[in-house]
Design a protein around this ligand. Structure first.
Ligand code: GTP
Ligand code: MG
Length: 226
């Protein structure tokens, strides 16, 4: 009974997500879904990304948090359209909540919507939000064994960021081990090791992202399993 209910929730979510993606495609808006563990640096990467991307196109942000609007408050200085969603304890965002958030945005003025998902490596992967691009963010202090332990995220993502490389000298993190683990799960996944704090490696990530969301054609066939 519980399994049936979960399946129907997932089906309803995925139907809504497909509707959202079609609606965004019609308006030529791209939506990015950033997924990573608590503290991996999602908001910090978003801050660094907004500094450049919002100079090229109008960006809106949907901030998902279990509690508080702290991340949304951090982003207010960028003057972007911003909607904060408190999940009230839930470990992920769902498509109906994104639909509600998108209704609050003036999409005719927006080129890119960025979602910061709830900090979690498992639940957010299960729920398609109607996004065009899933970004997996890991960070050095989490350890180099994470791709193999949480493979679903690294399979679903179209790109991976490894943040906090400035901390590598103080840990036993091995970039080679991380990459090998990642490659065993998703051989072609682009990986950007960087530090959102020192900006090392940031340019390559920003170049890739700009190319993907500003010039690459819309990919309307992506689904939650992609
Ligand atoms: N040393 C270092 N610290 C970083 C870097 N990026 C982020 N941090 C720090 O890591 C902490 C968490 O960063 P956030 O950006 O808030 O992480 P988050 O993933 O948004 O966290 P949640 O939204 O709570 O899941 C903060 O203290 C940041 O200043 C980095 O590249 N290097
Ligand atoms: Mg955050």
């Amino acid at each position: 009974m519980i399994i049936e209910l979960q399946q129907s929730v997932m089906r309803a979510n995925n139907t809504k997500a497909s509707e959202l993606r079609a609606m965004l495609d019609a308006k030529q808006v791209k939506m990015i879904n950033i997924i990573g563990s608590p503290g991996a640096g999602k908001t910090t990467l978003l801050e660094r990304t907004l500094e450049r991307l919002s100079a090229r196109t109008a960006v809106a942000v949907i901030e998902g948090d279990v509690e508080t609007a702290r991340d949304a408050e951090r982003l207010q200085r960028f003057g972007v359209q911003l909607v904060s969603i408190n999940t009230g304890g839930m470990c992920h965002l769902e498509a109906p909540a994104i639909a509600g958030a998108l209704e609050q945005l003036n999409l005719s003025e927006i080129g890119v919507v960025v979602i910061e998902n709830v900090g979690n490596l498992i639940c957010p992967v299960e729920f398609d939000l109607g996004d065009h691009l899933k970004v997996a963010i890991s960070s050095v202090p989490e350890g180099d064994d994470k791709p193999g332990k949480y493979p679903a995220l690294f399979r679903a993502a179209e790109v991976a960021v490894l943040n906090k490389i400035d901390l590598a000298p103080y840990t036993d993190f091995s970039l080679e081990a991380f990459e090998a683990d990642l490659r065993s799960i998703n051989p072609g996944l682009p990986l950007f090791p960087l530090s959102a704090r020192t900006s090392e490696g940031l340019e390559a990530w920003l170049d890739w992202l700009e190319q993907r969301v500003l010039t690459a054609p819309l990919d309307t066939d992506r689904s939650s399993s992609s």
